[in-house]
Design a protein around this ligand. Sequence first.
Ligand SMILES: Cc1cc2nc3c(=O)[nH]c(=O)nc-3n(C[C@H](O)[C@H](O)[C@H](O)COP(=O)(O)OP(=O)(O)OC[C@H]3O[C@@H](n4cnc5c(N)ncnc54)[C@H](O)[C@@H]3O)c2cc1C
Length: 375
Amino acid sequence: MKIKIIGGGPAGMYFGILMEKADTTHDIKIYERNGPSDTFGWGVVFSGRTLSNLRAADEPSHAEITRGFEAWDNVDVVHHDQKISIHGNSFSGIARLRLLNILQRRCEELGVHLNFRNEIADLDSLRADCDLLVAADGVNSVVRQSCKDSFRSKLSVRPNKYIWYGTNQLFHGLTLTFRETPAGVFAAHSYKFDRATSTFIVECDPRTWRQGGFAEMSDEETRAYLAEVFAPDLNGQPLLSNNSKWINFVLVRNGRWSFENVVLLGDALHTAHFSIGSGTKLAMEDAIALKESFDETPNVSAALQRFEASRKPVIEDYQAAAHESMLWFENARDYMRLSPLELAYVLMTRSGRVDAEELRKRDPAFVAKYEAAIK
Ligand SMILES: Cc1cc2nc3c(=O)[nH]c(=O)nc-3n(C[C@H](O)[C@H](O)[C@H](O)COP(=O)(O)OP(=O)(O)OC[C@H]3O[C@@H](n4cnc5c(N)ncnc54)[C@H](O)[C@@H]3O)c2cc1C
């Protein structure tokens, strides 16, 4: 089969790897507009369960990915200068660039052709020249935008602003920090992803953003302002920018996942709010599901229908949980009256995926302390 993939992110490369492994006679080409070591952002997180799926799908890349992992089991909630740790949650962090480099090497090893610095604008000639065209071109997918009626795309630009920084202050757990200021409430989502660096995402509602005066601030001024807000947490370490800009989260859904020989994959197909840290996991698991559909049938149209039928319920379930989590952060200022312990409990159960019993299994001491406090 002749397969063309637009986008050399986790979704596109992982699908290329799995299809080439399944049948070495496939001719697979990936087109990526960036170079192999250009990337945005810092680290990404995986949950424990994702890793067993990756091991089953491709042992060599799983081994490489987990070799460089920073792992932890605690979520830390910081509120009113008090840190509450909740244990029993399995997470690991890896630099996005490191993950991409591992997948690039695996593509090369298997003979998947990677074409860097190749931005695709002409969709029609590309799709006429292959059996399957995979649009793994990220949240701002040009393929989805140019065929939005065929995909019945639904986009929702959310009100909160967020900015993705790094820092050399190490956060040994998935740390959610809340700081109240005269401008409003700022939340930071942070976690270490290698021995020296943590991701540090700052989020705030539009009122806080306006009152903070960020529209008029330079990159340096913004970093200095936010470093001051989170001074008790950053321990004197600066915030590091990687072309970091304030953006709004875009919720992506599609009524149809494919048409003719074109299919969407990863962030091009769906997004889930970053507070549940599952974008990369979902992108790579999409690749597994699409490959498994081709295991069932070599017919492109039948495989694409099978992919949508089997994967859509899983994605809808994740998006529902992520939606609750996103709404929670959009309304974070309403929760600031809670004590640190109450806030930690509400945060842990916000998405509806973890209930009181599940939390008790993960960290009985935390639940006992919470129950004693609210009596
Ligand atoms: C602030 C923030 C925090 C996040 N935190 C996490 C986290 O903790 N854990 C997690 O798992 N995920 C996280 N994510 C999400 C994660 O980055 C994405 O969900 C994941 O990278 C999706 O993979 P993808 O392959 O679908 O898309 P991408 O990684 O976006 O890859 C798409 C690729 O397509 C290329 N491309 C686009 N258009 C073209 C074109 N026309 N021609 C050629 N190439 C093109 C792009 O250059 C890019 O390399 C976060 C995202 C954000 C914004």
